[in-house]
Design a protein around this ligand. Structure first.
Ligand code: PA5
Length: 427
């Protein structure tokens, strides 16, 4: 990926970052890079995720999914980091003739029932994913799916792949029923797991080129250096941090590619759960170009000056010419195609923000393919780890998430009231 931070400078935008502030920040980036390199060398928890381009084993992943060669549908049962990476890869890269992919993350009974009623479970492979192996939503959804399979006479043990860590309820289940399984590697937090078995197994089931994905990520890993002026990922992480501390507390991720809509969700989790600590962190918002020009852009251009807009632009797009028309006033569409129109929409939006002095950063990809996406995902993870070092927060923990998981279990056991604090009810 390439990054252009020109429109985030104070020469263009307010809030904006002065060039000399970036130069001073670069000294901290150098220190942070050393810390990251040390963490990677020692395979420390979290930092180990940045080694996945080298440590992931695509052959083992392909071997694990090989028995499911008659699959029509891949159903991933997992939540948060155990679903969003797989969904990102699928929506960006799966071919039209690939098996369909569905996700059960939420435990909304309406949604679960409707989804299961519409699936042919005899042609579905269920990838149940939980790093901890103990997440209530995932285990409950899996039990529902398992029962639905049994009710349809499908041998669920033949149609289930378990993706989990060394221990936990899910590991016990895999061992008890001798289910095919792949390990979530040690040291890789959920939201950093897209390039591990968590993302690669469902991607392989959909025929996605996981070698190219890892190669793109490896290229981004090789490009990490101790300066934000040489490393696109660090330029992004450092600029987002520098803008946040100058008042841009919201980061709107706005890819100009429908296939990257889920990437914006993945990014939102990465940014929120990793950096939202100790009263710090930038609030990620998901948007999609050009669609959200027609819903959110008004606020971004004329609302509070508290936002960074991050664009992701794709150079090489499929050719879909816009047919000629003799309708009056549409001459500007002559000899053009949808990709050119989308690009014009992007440039207009970028210019519109710059013209009103609102900061934006442009992330550029050569194409929406496995190699570029690998670079983008790795680059955003590295940007996030760098930002965590600059904020001085514990990037790889999620105490608020764990608190919620524990509280939900306590409520179900009757050991905690729903509302311990004040109520002010209006009916
Ligand atoms: O990033 C994280 O750690 C979380 O979002 C987890 O991925 C999420 O809570 C699911 O956890 P698990 O994979 O243990 O089921």
């Amino acid at each position: 990926m390439r990054v252009d931070i020109g429109n985030a400078l104070d020469e263009v935008a307010s809030p904006g970052v002065p060039r000399d502030a970036l130069e001073r920040l670069d000294e901290r980036v150098a220190d942070a890079h050393e810390r990251i390199a040390r963490g990677r060398a020692d395979d420390e928890f979290g930092y180990a995720a940045l080694n996945l381009p080298e440590t992931a084993d695509p052959d083992a992943v392909r071997a694990a999914v090989e028995p499911f060669d008659d699959v029509e549908t891949v159903l991933t049962v997992g939540i948060g980091g155990s679903a969003l990476g797989a969904a990102t890869l699928s929506s960006a890269l799966a071919d039209a003739d690939a098996p369909d992919a569905y996700y059960l993350d939420n435990v909304d009974p309406d949604h679960v029932r409707t989804l299961l009623d519409g699936l042919d479970l005899s042609r579905t492979v269920v990838d149940v994913v939980s790093r901890s192996g103990t997440t209530a939503e995932t285990l409950a959804n899996f039990l529902v799916v398992r029962e639905a399979m049994a009710e349809e006479g499908v041998d669920w043990t033949e149609r289930t792949l378990v993706t989990t860590g060394e221990s936990g309820n899910l590991r016990d289940l895999a061992e008890k029923h001798d289910l095919p399984s792949v390990r979530v590697p040690e040291g890789v937090p959920g939201r950093f797991s897209v390039l591990s078995t968590v993302g690669l197994a469902p991607a392989a089931l959909q025929g996605i080129d996981i070698d190219a994905l890892l190669a793109g990520a490896a290229e981004a890993a090789d490009g990490l250096s101790g300066s934000l002026f040489e490393t696109p990922a660090y330029a992004y992480g450092a600029t987002a941090y520098a803008l946040d501390i100058r008042g841009a507390g919201v980061n709107a991720m706005m890819p100009y590619a429908e296939g990257l809509e889920t990437f914006a969700e993945w990014f939102a989790q990465l940014w929120a759960e990793s950096l939202g600590k100790d009263g710090l962190g930038q609030t990620p918002v998901r948007a999609l170009g050009a669609t959200d020009q027609h819903s959110q852009l008004q606020l971004y251009r004329a609302g509070p000056r508290d936002k960074l807009v991050t664009f992701v632009d794709v150079d090489d797009r499929p050719d879909v010419p816009i047919p000629e028309t003799d309708l009056e006033g549409l001459d500007y569409l002559a000899d053009t195609d949808l990709g050119e129109l989308l690009d014009a929409e992007f440039r207009a939006t970028e210019a519109s923000l710059a013209e009103s002095g609102r900061p934006s950063v442009r992330v550029e990809l050569d194409a929406l393919d496995a190699h570029s996406l690998g670079g983008l995902l790795y680059g955003m993870e590295a940007a996030c780890v760098l930002a965590g070092e600059l904020y001085e927060v514990e990037t790889f923990t999620q105490p608020a998430v764990e608190w919620g998981k524990e509280a939900a279990r306590d409520i179900l056991r009757g050991e905690r009231d729903r509302s311990e604090k004040a109520t002010l009810r209006v009916e």
